[in-house]
Design a protein around this ligand. Structure first.
Ligand SMILES: Nc1nc2c(ncn2[C@@H]2O[C@H](COP(=O)(O)OP(=O)(O)OP(=O)(O)O)[C@@H](O)[C@H]2O)c(=O)[nH]1
Length: 233
């Protein structure tokens, strides 16, 4: 259990080519709706939803980024600070599948290695698929990513994608907390200056060791709503 009365906030970026269903996925997850109309995302957009994962309150902030390259400069700026990522391609769009590695690189360049999933959307259209199962599974293996097949239209597996990411992120958080505690223990016989807000660095000041501890958790005050909530911003 992490600290009581606090919730963990996770910034998740959803990326992939245009029209693969990124906006639809976020809308389905946060508002429970699906629309057939295609409205190209201009730049970025975001919605949020609160869930409980393994007894922890988690607020997922889902950033919807435009799939078109013309918006790359804008969307990249919004990758910063992301703590999890959904890479989406469409069952009926070969190019979107082939572009996955480059989307991953774009995100990694900004934020490094964060919990990530590979998603094949529109599996209600499997009859018209242009990607073999083995190819998609092969890509997931190569990129070492958990792979989900979803249909936003039929609400298949969408919840599972975000639950997995939240779970994975919490696991990392707990591991980091444990490691940070260990740093304090290991240093307890030294003269130290502790600063809990700065980045974790080690330096030297007049011969004394300085250890700055950073709580690697982005936390907010918990809002007491047992049913979770969705909010359009
Ligand atoms: N059949 C089917 N259609 C879907 C599914 N998900 C999304 N769509 C449709 O695909 C089209 C594109 O969906 P969007 O969610 O706008 O795609 P996007 O990836 O956000 O596109 P950009 O904003 O251009 O990046 C829309 O017409 C959706 O209704 C799905 O699971 N099945």
């Amino acid at each position: 259990m992490l600290e009581e009365d606090m919730e963990v906030a996770i910034k998740v970026v959803v990326v992939g080519n245009g029209a693969v269903g990124k906006s639809s996925m976020i809308q389905r997850y946060c508002k429970g709706i699906f629309t057939k109309d295609y409205k190209k995302t201009i730049g970025v957009d975001f919605l949020e939803r609160q869930i409980i994962v393994n007894g922890e309150d988690v607020r997922l902030m889902l950033w919807d980024t435009a799939g078109q390259e013309e918006f790359d400069a804008i969307t990249k700026a919004y990758y910063r600070g992301a703590q999890a990522c959904v890479l989406v391609f469409s069952t009926t769009d070969r190019e979107s599948f082939e572009a996955i590695s480059s989307w991953r690189e774009k995100v990694e360049m900004e934020v490094g290695d964060i919990p990530t999933v590979l998603v094949q959307n529109k599996i209600d259209l499997l009859d018209d698929t242009v990607i073999k199962n083995e190819e998609a599974e092969g890509l997931a293996k190569r990129l070492k990513l958990r792979f989900y097949r979803t249909s936003v239209k039929e609400d298949l597996n969408v919840n599972e994608v975000f639950k997995y990411l939240a779970d994975k992120y919490l696991q990392r958080l707990k591991l980091q907390s444990a490691e940070e505690t260990e740093v304090v223990h290991m240093s307890s016989n030294k003269i130290g200056v502790f600063n809990t807000t700065a980045h974790q660095t080690a330096g030297d000041l007049n011969g004394r060791e300085i250890i700055n501890l950073r709580p690697n958790k982005q936390r907010t005050k918990k809002t007491k709503n047992p049913f979770g909530s969705c909010r359009l911003l």
